[in-house]
Ligand binder design. Structure first.
Ligand code: NA7
Length: 829
C-alpha cells in the first residue's frame, strides 16, 4: 500500500489537472517537470557550485570522500540541471561526496546513443578531474535514477574494459530493460508518477527503432561479471520495480556484490521528492553504502512470516530500530511459498490468527472453518499494511551469515547479495517449515515433463488439467493436494512410501452468528488457548477428557471416537481419551478406529489396506486433516503406487521408474516435506562466541534453553525454536508468546543498561534433559517423524518440539523472566 505522504502527493498532482505525461509533447513535458522545481526547495549550501563542461559541480566540503557522477531521471526526454540541483546538493551533503550533475542531450532531438555518449564523456571528464575536485585521490562513483540509473549502469558496463575504475554504482529504480510486460508494468496500483504508457512514450522518443532497444538495455548484457559493486534501490509501487530487481539478481548471480533494498509503500520518483519519508531513508541507505559501513539496527529479524511481522511490530513499538530480512518477494513466510492446490491450515481460522490487536481481531472476517492459503496470505498482507510494516522489511533478501562479534557485542549479518548489517539483537523468525526437502532421486534432469515442489509452487499456479500427474509423498501436503489434483488431471499416480492417519476436516463456511459469538468472547477464548495443551481452546485442561481409552466399554469408546470423527479436525480422535499419546494399547484402539474408517471409505480392499498406517502409533506423526482424501481413491483416475515394496529407482525422460514398473507422467509433484524446525536456521552460517558455528554446536541435535536461546550465542533469539512447543501447538499463539517474551527480555536489558543476555550451559543442559524426558514418557519417539528429524538423511534423531503443553510452558517462561531471567547470564560493558 502506498504510504500516506505519497498518496497525498498523488492527490495534489491529480488536483493540478495536469494531463498524463504521454499525452504531452516533449516540450510540454519538460515545462511541466520544470514547474515542479519549487517542490524540491533550494537544497543545502555548497562550498562550490559551478557549471562545468559536462554539467554542474557541487562540492560540499574541502575534503570530499568521493566524487559521484550523477545522471538524472526523466526518461531521457525531460529533466535537467535545475530540476535536479536540490537533489544533487542533498546527495552531496548527506554523503560527503562531490557530485557532478550531468547535463546530457535529451531525446527526441537526440536519440540513443546520444545520452549514453554524453554520460560516458562526463565520466571521463570527472575521472580526469577527480583529484582537483576532491583535493586528493578518492573513489569514483556513478549514480542515477530511473533513465539516469540506466545511464549509470551503461557507463559502468562500458568502463569494465578500459576503465576508469568505478568504486560503486548506485542505481535508483533504474530502467534496465525495454520489456514493458513485466508484472510491475501491469499492476494497476503502480501506474502513479509514471505508468506503462509513459514508459512506452519515453522509449518511443529515445529509441524509436525497436531493434536498438536491446543495446540500450543494460539487463541484456551477456554477463554482468566484473562490474563494480552495486547498490540498487527499487520502489514497491513502480513500473520499473521488477527490472531493477532483475538487474540486482543478475548482478548477484554473476558474482557482483550488490546491496538491494525495495522501499515499501514508495512510488516511482520518491528518491527525488524531499517531502516523502522514503527519500531521507533512501539517502541514508546510499550514504551508508558509500561509507562502506554496514547499516546498524537495534534488531535484525530474519523472516517476514507470522513471527517476523509480529516481531517487527512489537520491537518497533518498543522504540527499537528494526530491519526484517526476507528471502521471498512478499511477506507471509510458509504461507507465501506453499501455494499448491488445497493448501490449508489444520487449525481453525478463528484461533490461527493474531491476538495482539483487538481491532484486528474484530475487523478481520474469516470465511471458512479452516483457512485456505490465499486467505491466510491476504490476512498477513493486511497485517503488513495495517501496521505499516513494509517500510522496515527488505524482500528478496536471503541471509547468508550471522556472526557474533565478541569485542563489540554486535551481530554482523550478511545477505547472499553481499549487503551487510550490524545489530544488537538478532531474532531468528525463519520458521519451522521453511526449508523444502526434495529427496535426491536420480534422473531429475532427464525428466522431460515439469516438476514442482509444493513448497515452491509457482505464484501463477500450474495447469494440471488433462495431465498425467505423479505425486510423491502422502504427508499433510500430499493429502491436501491429491484430491484437488485428481479433480483436474487426466490421471494421478500417488507414490506412497508410508501411509498417514488423516481425519476429515469437515471444512465449511463460517456461520456469521458463530463468528459474531467468537468475536464477542475473544478475550476468554484466547485465555483458554493460552492455558491449553496445544494452543486451542478445545485442548484446555478443563475440557480435556479425564478417562483412559481402556477404562471404558468398547461400545462407549466407539461412540466417543465416532463423535470425534464426526466433529473432525486434528485432535478429534487422539484427544478423545487421556492416554492415547502415552499408552500403546490405548493408542491402538484409536488407530484401529481410523483404519476401519479407511476400509469403510475405500472400495478396493487392497488399496484400503495399503492406505492403513501400521508402522507408527496414531498421533506420533502429524495427523493430517483432509477433504475427501480417502474417497479420492474410489475415482477411476487415481492409482496408489506402493513405493515401500517397490521403491522409486529413478526419474526417466518419461516419468518415474520404480523397482517394478515405469509410470509415464507429464508433471511430477514433490510433496516431500521440509527439513523441519532446524533447517532454516542452520541454512544460515550462524556463528556465536569465539566463532563457534551453530551447525557444530547442534551437530548431535539442537540444544536450546526454552527453545528461545542457545548458550554461546548472546543476544540471539529463536522464535519457536527447537525445545519449545512450536509445531505441536497453534503456531500463531506460540509465536506471539515467544515474541512477547523476547520483547520483554530486550526491554529488561535496555531499562537496566545491560548489553548482552545469554543462556547458561547448565540451564540449557537441564532444559534439553527435560524436553527429552517429557518426550520419552510418550509414544512420540517411536515414529520416524520429521519431529525427530527422521525424514532427512543424516539428520540427528532427536525429538525437537517440547511436549509439555503450551500452558505449562508459558508459565515456566514467565517464571524464568519473573526470577530475573533465571538460567541466563547478563553483562554490561
Ligand atoms: P511430510 O509430512 O514430511 O511428508 C512428506 C512425504 O513425502 C511423506 O509421505 C514421505 O514418506 C514422502 N517422501 C519423502 N521422501 C520420499 C521418497 N524419497 N520417496 C517416497 N516418498 C518420500 O511433509 P508435508 O509437507 O506433507 O507436511 C509437513 C507439515 O506441514 C505437516 O505435518 C503440517 O504440519 C504442515 P515417508 O513418510 O518418509 O515414508
Amino acid at each position: 500500500m502506498l504510504d500516506e505522504a505519497s498518496a497525498g502527493f498523488i492527490a495534489t498532482l491529480a488536483e493540478s489537472g495536469l494531463p498524463p505525461l504521454h499525452e504531452l509533447s516533449p516540450l510540454q513535458a519538460r515545462a511541466a517537470g520544470a514547474a515542479l522545481v519549487e517542490l524540491h526547495g533550494p537544497g543545502p549550501e555548497m562550498l562550490r557550485a559551478e557549471d562545468v563542461d559536462c554539467g554542474r559541480l557541487l562540492v560540499p566540503t574541502e575534503r570530499c570522500r568521493g566524487v559521484i557522477v550523477y545522471y538524472h531521471g526523466g526518461g531521457w526526454v525531460t529533466g535537467g540541471l535545475d530540476e535536479f540541483d536540490a537533489l544533487g546538493r542533498r546527495l552531496a551533503q548527506r554523503t560527503g561526496c562531490a557530485v557532478v550533475l550531468v547535463d546530457y542531450r535529451l531525446a527526441p532531438e537526440h536519440r540513443y546513443p546520444a545520452a549514453a555518449e554524453d554520460a560516458w564523456t562526463a565520466l571521463q571528464w570527472t575521472a580526469a578531474n577527480l583529484e582537483e575536485i576532491a583535493g586528493r585521490p578518492v573513489p569514483l562513483i556513478v549514480a542515477g535514477d530511473s533513465a539516469g540509473g540506466c545511464l549509470a549502469a551503461v557507463v559502468a558496463q562500458r568502463s569494465r574494459e578500459a576503465g576508469p575504475e568505478i568504486a560503486l554504482q548506485v542505481l535508483v529504480y533504474p530502467v534496465t530493460d525495454c520489456d514493458l510486460d513485466r508484472d510491475s508494468y501491469l499492476e494497476p496500483e503502480n501506474q502513479l508518477i509514471i505508468g506503462r504508457a509513459a514508459m512506452e512514450w519515453f522509449w518511443d522518443h529515445y529509441a524509436p527503432d525497436r531493434a536498438v532497444r536491446a543495446s540500450a538495455s543494460p539487463l541484456r548484457a551477456q554477463t554482468l561479471a566484473g562490474l563494480p559493486p552495486a547498490v540498487v534501490l527499487t520502489a514497491e509501487h513502480d513500473v520499473l520495480r521488477d527490472e531493477g530487481e532483475a538487474y540486482a539478481r543478475r548482478l548477484a548471480e554473476d558474482g557482483v556484490r550488490v546491496e538491494h533494498r525495495r522501499f515499501g509503500g514508495q512510488m516511482h520518483g520518491f528518491f527525488t521528492l524531499p517531502g516523502l519519508p522514503g527519500s531521507a531513508a533512501a539517502l541514508d541507505f546510499v550514504a551508508q553504502a558509500i561509507d562502506g559501513e554496514p547499516s546498524h539496527f537495534d534488531a535484525i529479524v530474519v523472516g517476514a512470516g507470522f513471527s517476523g511481522l509480529y516481531a517487527l511490530h512489537r520491537l518497533r513499538g518498543a522504540g527499537l530500530s528494526v530491519r526484517v530480512l526476507e528471502q521471498g518477494d512478499g511477506v507471509g513466510g510458509t504461507w507465501h511459498w506453499n501455494r499448491y492446490p488445497g493448501a490449508r491450515c489444520d487449525i481453525e481460522s478463528v484461533d490461527y490468527s493474531y491476538s495482539f490487536s483487538e481491532e484486528l481481531e474484530q475487523e478481520w472476517e474469516w470465511s471458512e472453518r479452516y483457512p485456505a492459503q490465499p486467505e491466510i496470505l491476504r490476512y498477513l498482507d493486511h497485517v503488513a499494511d495495517r501496521f505499516d510494516l513494509r517500510r522496515d522489511i527488505d524482500l528478496n533478501t536471503r541471509v547468508a551469515q550471522a556472526r557474533y562479534d565478541d569485542e563489540r557485542a554486535v551481530w554482523h549479518v550478511t545477505t547472499e547479495g553481499g549487503a551487510r548489517y550490524t545489530a544488537t539483537y538478532c531474532v531468528m523468525a525463519c520458521g519451522n517449515l521453511s526449508t523444502p526437502h526434495r529427496p535426491a532421486i536420480e534422473g531429475l534432469d532427464d525428466f522431460e515433463g515439469d516438476w514442482y515442489h509444493t513448497a515452491r509452487w509457482p505464484a501463477g499456479g500450474v495447469e494440471l488439467a488433462g495431465k498425467r500427474v505423479g505425486v510423491i509423498g502422502t504427508g499433510s501436503t500430499g493429502i491436501q493436494l491429491i484430491p484437488q489434483a485428481a479433480a483436474q488431471a487426466e490421471h494421478v499416480h500417488v507414490f506412497q512410501r508410508t501411509p498417514n492417519f488423516s481425519m476429515p476436516a469437515h471444512n465449511r463456511p463460517l456461520d456469521p452468528d458463530l463468528l459474531r459469538a467468537v468475536k464477542a468472547d475473544y478475550r476468554e477464548r484466547r485465555r483458554l488457548a493460552r492455558e491449553s495443551l496445544s494452543g486451542v481452546p478445545s485442548s484446555h485442561p478443563d475440557v480435556l477428557p479425564q478417562r483412559s481409552a481402556l477404562e471404558v466399554a468398547p461400545e462407549e469408546r466407539a461412540r466417543v471416537y465416532e463423535h470425534g470423527w464426526a466433529n473432525g479436525g486434528i485432535g478429534g480422535v487422539t484427544l478423545a481419551f487421556n492416554d492415547i499419546n502415552v499408552n500403546a494399547d490405548a493408542n491402538g484402539t484409536a488407530a484401529d478406529f481410523v483404519r476401519d474408517k479407511i476400509r469403510a471409505i475405500v472400495r478396493d480392499p487392497a488399496t484400503a489396506e495399503a492406505l492403513c498406517p501400521t508402522t507408527h502409533p496414531i498421533g506420533t506423526k502429524r495427523i493430517c486433516v483432509d477433504t475427501d482424501y480417502y474417497a479420492t481413491y474410489n475415482r477411476d483416475n487415481v492409482t496408489l503406487v506402493d513405493v515401500r515394496s517397490a521403491p522409486i529407482v529413478r526419474l526417466t525422460p518419461r516419468g518415474i521408474e520404480t523397482a517394478s514398473a515405469e509410470y509415464e507422467l507429464d508433471v511430477i509433484v514433490f510433496a516431500t516435506g521440509f527439513d523441519a524446525i532446524t533447517g532454516a536456521v542452520l541454512d544460515i552460517d550462524v556463528r556465536g562466541r569465539d566463532g563457534e558455528p551453530l551447525k557444530k554446536k547442534w551437530s548431535g541435535g539442537p540444544r536450546t534453553y526454552l527453545g528461545v536461546a542457545t548458550a554461546g550465542f548472546p543476544n540471539l533469539f529463536l522464535v519457536t525454536g527447537p525445545g519449545s512447543p512450536s509445531v505441536l501447538s497453534n503456531m500463531v499463539l506460540s509465536i506471539e508468546q515467544h515474541v512477547d517474551w523476547i520483547a520483554d527480555c530486550i526491554g529488561h536489558l535496555r531499562e537496566r543498561g545491560l548489553d548482552t543476555i545469554e543462556a547458561t550451559r547448565d540451564a540449557e543442559d537441564a532444559w534439553v534433559a527435560h524436553v527429552n524426558e517429557v518426550a520419552e514418557a510418550t509414544l512420540f519417539p517411536r515414529a520416524g517423524s520429521w519431529y525427530m528429524g527422521a525424514n532427512i538423511p543424516g539428520k540427528p534423531r532427536v525429538f525437537m518440539p517440547y511436549l509439555g503443553g503450551v500452558g505449562n510452558y508459558r508459565t515456566h517462561c514467565e517464571g524464568v523472566a519473573g526470577n530475573g531471567y533465571e538460567g541466563f547470564s547478563v553483562t554490561a560493558r
